[in-house]
Design a protein around this ligand. Sequence first.
Ligand SMILES: NC(=O)c1ccc[n+]([C@@H]2O[C@H](COP(=O)([O-])OP(=O)(O)OC[C@H]3O[C@@H](n4cnc5c(N)ncnc54)[C@H](OP(=O)(O)O)[C@@H]3O)[C@@H](O)[C@H]2O)c1
Length: 254
Amino acid sequence: MSHQPSEITRVNPTHVINTAGARGDPNVDWCETHKQETIRSNIIGAANLVDCCFLKNVHITHFGSGCIYDYDEWHPWGGPGYTEEDEPNFTKSFYSYTKVVSEKIIKEYPNVLILRLRNPIAADLHPKNMIVKLSQYQRIVNVPNSGSILPSLLPGALLLAENKETGVYNFVNPGAFTHNEIMELLKKHIWPSLSWSNFSEQEQRKALQAPRCNLEFDVTKLKQKLKQYGYELPSTIEAMEDAFERIGQLQSRK
Ligand SMILES: NC(=O)c1ccc[n+]([C@@H]2O[C@H](COP(=O)([O-])OP(=O)(O)OC[C@H]3O[C@@H](n4cnc5c(N)ncnc54)[C@H](OP(=O)(O)O)[C@@H]3O)[C@@H](O)[C@H]2O)c1
């Protein structure tokens, strides 16, 4: 039996981009107590949209999550980053569990580009932007992580989508950064009086319902693919400097 996806038939798009998903409010702990809603958005919703696009032969770019890995003995701090080929190894939070399941399902479709976001940072002071949240925490952990500095990455997402690339990409900038490095840059460009203190991962764990992961990605596949289209990806630190400078300039004009 063949079903016609009505919305895609009505709009008749050349491309679909899915940025929908449940990642909890105020944070992923929410997913621990809202499992059905999380499944509906992250697994059923994502798979249904991909399946509808497949039925209509439409390319879909799915913004997924990199929160499906955690440092381990083969991928320690400063060691080799996780590639797209590595098996996800972090399902300790329900949010991450749904992101692993959905990726495993939708990557079986030939019309899908999966871009794994991690610690996305935008060049604005939206309350949900990671930099705003970080600046408001009393204490932060200081572990190296990969991150997606969106102003530098989104042009790359459009290039990949326009060219109907498919498969999985670690969608982060090259080079890991620590929270302290972000705070130093925020202090330099946006909030000169910003101050913070650190606590250990063990102490952080006590304050949270679900465990969190930390990881570094290998970005070779993304860098090489974007280079084919003439797009050079800046390092996380370069991209953050650029984004925070822009925010600082906008703030000083207010
Ligand atoms: N933010 C992060 O740190 C981060 C990191 C890695 C990956 N990601 C992933 O990136 C995606 C976007 O995250 P975000 O931070 O932009 O989240 P967000 O601010 O909460 O936005 C998610 C959007 O998805 C919509 N949505 C959720 N479930 C839906 C459903 N079943 N049907 C239709 N729309 C639905 C929400 O609509 P309503 O507001 O109407 O509910 C909301 O507009 C998610 O898949 C998330 O897991 C985020």
